[in-house]
Write a protein that binds this ligand. Structure first.
Ligand code: FAD
Ligand code: SF4
Length: 327
């Protein structure tokens, strides 16, 4: 590991000022960043520790939503009674991620900004446009079982690994960002992450002098929320495919639905196509199949990951059926 300097920030504005120094990075729980530093993938010259900032609170919003502070731990958010009762899809997604120990350390802001799990990204000897722009993509034509089937490019086929962000996408969360000049802006989570295009190393719209200070959840839709994660092991494993669904039904008809998929794209993938197939249609398997077809219509496999297309369809059908049955 290369040498670096370290400071612990005591207020958010000072933290943003400190990170605007060249080569500086925030560290929160460190569960992703420290691994990347040990491997020589990330090499900040200065670390600004934001783990003690007073941003751990989960607060009621006047509109009936919740604001989750960026430092709120993944375990604390998952266990919060308001999250469990009003946003169960978020609680389920969080509990399905990593291990208990990791969730105790991991923060909301850090989870949103964790890096891809593409094995070539973690191998300094491999060509990887995300790690080293212009060096190629070893996953294209290589081992690509865990890679993207939607929204990928010729430069990068990596997926975003966060479970939490998939649930937040179905909940239409907004990310709150603090700038070095003190201004705050909010970005819809669907606009926060970028598709790879020919600049896969630029993953979000976060500016270098900004910090995530919180996530705002709007009042939940009525109906049932479900998160289903399919993975190689029952626990302590990233998703091959996941589905976050919020489904509202009445008299055998789906009135409204929100659908987001994980493990299939460079970002948590909201499927407006699936949602359009569901709204106003009978709550039947034929409707769920049509939604799943619509969601995966533009999917392209890379060989090893071809199975994900059918896996995503089936996972979506099953999740929708279960959510609609109980809503
Ligand atoms: C073995 C293992 C298994 C895992 N399995 C899963 C899984 O199944 N599902 C899943 O979703 N995750 C999984 N994870 C990932 C884990 O959830 C993340 O490592 C964790 O959420 C990152 O949070 P952190 O606070 O530790 O971030 P850090 O490692 O501290 O930071 C991550 C990045 O975010 C930046 N950052 C942190 N906070 C802010 C902020 N407020 N504003 C701006 N930038 C910020 C840092 O600079 C850094 O670049 C796993 C991790 C491991 C090691
Ligand atoms: S898929 Fe993306 S992260 Fe993986 S090797 Fe290709 S460029 Fe790198």
């Amino acid at each position: 590991m290369r040498s670096f300097t370290y400071e612990r920030a005591t207020d958010a504005q000072a933290a943003v000022a400190a990170v605007s120094r060249t080569g500086a990075k925030f560290i929160s729980g460190g569960t992703n960043l420290l691994d990347l530093m040990k491997l020589g993938i990330e090499h900040p010259s200065h670390l600004v520790d934001i783990s003690r900032l007073p941003l751990r609170e989960i607060e009621e919003l006047p509109d009936g939503g919740l604001r989750i502070g960026a430092q709120a731990g993944n375990s604390d958010v998952a266990a919060d009674t308001r999250v469990r009762t009003r946003y169960p899809v978020l609680s389920q997604a969080l509990v399905s991620g990593a291990s208990g120990q990791l969730r105790n350390k991991a923060s909301t802001g850090g989870n949103l900004l964790q890096r891809t799990r593409c094995p070539y990204f973690y191998d300094p000897a491999a060509g990887c446009n995300k790690r080293n722009p212009g060096s190629g993509c070893s996953a294209i034509g290589g081992f690509n079982r865990i890679h993207a089937v939607l929204g990928a490019s010729e430069s990068c086929i990596a997926t975003h690994p966060s479970d939490m962000a998939v649930a937040m996408t179905a909940l239409e969360a907004e990310i709150e960002l603090l700038d070095a000049d003190g201004s705050v802006r909010r970005v819809a989570i669907t606009d926060f992450y970028r598709l790879p295009g020919d600049t896969p190393h630029i993953e979000t719209v976060l500016r270098p002098d900004e910090m995530i200070t919180g996530v705002l959840l709007p009042p939940p839709l009525p109906g049932r929320q479900l998160y289903r994660k399919v993975r190689d092991r029952a626990s302590y494993e990233f998703a091959l495919v996941s589905v976050a669904a919020v489904v509202s039904t009445g008299q055998g008809t789906i009135s409204e639905a929100r659908v987001a998929l994980g493990g299939v794209a460079h970002k948590p993938w909201r499927s407006l196509e699936a949602e359009a197939e569901l709204a106003g249609r009978p709550a039947t398997m034929a409707t769920y199949r049509a939604a799943a077809e619509a969601a995966m219509r533009d999917a392209v496999g890379q060989g090893d990951n071809d199975f994900k297309i059918e896996l995503a369809r089936r996972t979506l059908c099953r999740t929708l059926a279960q959510a609609a049955r109980s809503s």
